[in-house]
Write a protein that binds this ligand. Structure first.
Ligand SMILES: Cc1cc2nc3c(=O)[nH]c(=O)nc-3n(C[C@H](O)[C@H](O)[C@H](O)COP(=O)(O)OP(=O)(O)OC[C@H]3O[C@@H](n4cnc5c(N)ncnc54)[C@H](O)[C@@H]3O)c2cc1C
Length: 461
């Protein structure tokens, strides 16, 4: 019997009916994530466990027969991390959707990996608590995917990335053993930080079956500040000045291409001649909120903003954030798009945006740059006409040029979307050679047969 037949027979014996999908039409929906231009293979089957024990049984079977396993959440990833490889089991965690515990006094929740980010936020709101990490895909992406990509979002500038909200994990190792990592306390330094090792490992080291997540008190309604700039260096100076004085709840940037795209998509009176718009929020309560908002506005004006405004109430605060919320949809409306993700030191933000504009001109593509300015995390988004193969090639070349810009400015090739298949070469360029060897050693220690998400997230050797 082939390894494929043997593993399917074993899975049929240990899993309930309906947990293994081999029908080609249904399998098609498990082949790719949301990335553009990444290769994908044909899976042997998709497996849909409901319990940690079932996940362990799947991995034990795969390990015994050396069959590759690709863990999968909602497939919203943008780097090909959840793309199938030929002959693999796609291990979908989407049926594991229980919130196992919310502890109000200790401020944590224990949740299964298939819980959707926004559903967790809604759930804990009922306890008067808040889960901070807020990727823009929060209505669909899962906690398992967020943990495995160390997802970011708008609130990261103040509350950190997913790693900063993960206290502990339950994981299943490549050979089917289950391990508890980390703790439930906010502080704790016993042993290596294995939780941190698994966070962001993109399904290559272990499968996450439960996350213990830090919760915070619900923040009060925010105050929003917007400021427009006639030139990029002033906007860059404003970001540095604001971050030197305070830590806003979000601090976002949009360049002129984004402003024009948003205004064309949904007119809201934006200044389309401006070089950049900054949007910031304060979530400090009451009078203090007004004070922090005023301080942010004052710093923006001192740095050279041509115009600035602070919201007076919650409705205005929300309306002023709309331009930033709309930007992906506005760029999407212009054509096919490739969303890049890099981070640079804050002092290099303006230079990075300017150099990305040079890339757009050199490659003859449109690039709208927006992003989480407070973190130095930019999303230059390359837009080209649908169905234009030559333009797609230029867009892919521009995508790589943007990564070079980030490295050249002392930054990183991914701020939050991960390496997956898309950025393995770029990761190789970024990593110190000895660090690359350590990556390989960690992978070999935890996944000696190399069955967990092979070909993803690691430097090219
Ligand atoms: C419109 C849009 C906006 C986005 N905005 C943001 C943003 O603001 N910030 C951000 O960080 N990302 C963003 N993303 C990217 C994406 O949503 C995140 O990477 C998200 O964390 C992926 O979650 P998922 O459940 O879809 O995981 P998937 O795409 O299914 O998987 C992602 C990776 O995690 C692995 N994985 C998934 N579940 C598990 C598990 N239980 N155990 C082990 N490995 C697992 C997969 O193998 C894969 O490598 C955006 C995507 C889109 C389409």
């Amino acid at each position: 019997m082939s390894a494929a037949d043997a593993v399917l027979a074993r899975l049929a014996a240990v899993l309930p009916d309906g947990a293994v999908v081999t029908d080609p039409d249904r399998l098609a929906s498990y082949r790719t994530d949301t990335s553009t231009g990444t290769p994908t293979g044909t899976p042997l089957a998709a497996v849909l466990p409901r319990t940690t024990e079932e996940v362990a049984a799947v991995l034990a079977a795969a390990y015994a027969h050396r069959v590759p396993v690709v863990p999968r959440g909602a497939g919203t990833g943008l780097s090909g991390g959840a793309n199938a490889v030929d002959g693999c089991l796609v291990l979908s965690l989407q049926r594991m959707t229980a919130v196992r515990e919310v502890h109000e006094g200790n401020g944590y929740a224990r949740v299964e990996p298939g819980v959707v980010n926004q559903e967790l936020r809604d759930h804990v709101r009922g306890h008067g608590l808040w889960y901070a990490p807020d990727p823009a895909s929060k209505d669909t992406c899962t906690i398992g995917g967020n943990v495995s990509t160390n997802a970011g979002g708008l609130c990261c500038v103040k509350y950190g990335v997913t790693r900063d909200s993960v206290l502990g994990l339950e994981v299943v190792l490549a050979d089917g053993r289950t391990a508890r990592l980390g703790r439930r306390t906010v502080k704790g330094v016993a042993g290596y930080d294995l939780t941190g090792l698994v966070v962001g490992s993109e399904g290559t080291l272990a499968v996450v079956t439960e996350a213990t997540l830090r919760l915070r008190p619900l923040p009060p309604p925010p105050t929003t500040v917007v400021a427009t700039f006639a030139d990029l260096p002033s906007a860059g100076r404003a970001v540095e000045a604001i971050m030197r004085r305070t830590t806003p709840a979000l601090l976002e940037l949009m360049d002129r291409t984004c402003l024009r795209a948003v205004e064309a998509f949904r007119p809201m009176g934006l200044d389309t001649t401006a070089a950049a718009l900054l949007v910031a929020q304060s979530d400090l309560p009451g009078v203090a909120g007004a004070t922090e908002g005023d301080l942010i506005l004052a710093e923006a004006l001192r740095a050279g903003a041509t115009d600035g405004y602070r919201s007076e109430d919650a409705e205005q605060a929300d309306a002023l954030l709309q331009a930033r919320r709309t930007v992906i949809h506005a760029l999407e409306a212009l054509g096919a798009w490739l969303l890049d993700d890099v981070a640079v030191p804050r002092s290099q933000l303006a230079e990075a945006v300017a150099r990305v504009a040079d890339v757009a001109a050199a490659r003859d593509v449109v690039i709208g740059t927006f992003g989480h300015a407070g973190d130095g995390n930019l999303h230059p988004t390359i837009v080209y006409p649908h169905g234009d193969a030559a333009a797609e090639q230029r867009a892919l070349a521009a995508f790589d040029d943007v990564l070079d810009v980030a490295l050249d400015l002392g930054g990183t090739v991914t701020g939050e979307h991960g390496v997956g298949l898309l950025k393995r070469r770029a990761l190789t360029a970024e990593l110190d050679p000895t660090a690359a060897v350590v990556h390989a050693a960690v992978k070999a220690a935890l996944d000696p047969l190399g069955i967990l998400n092979p070909g993803k997230a690691l430097p090219v050797r």
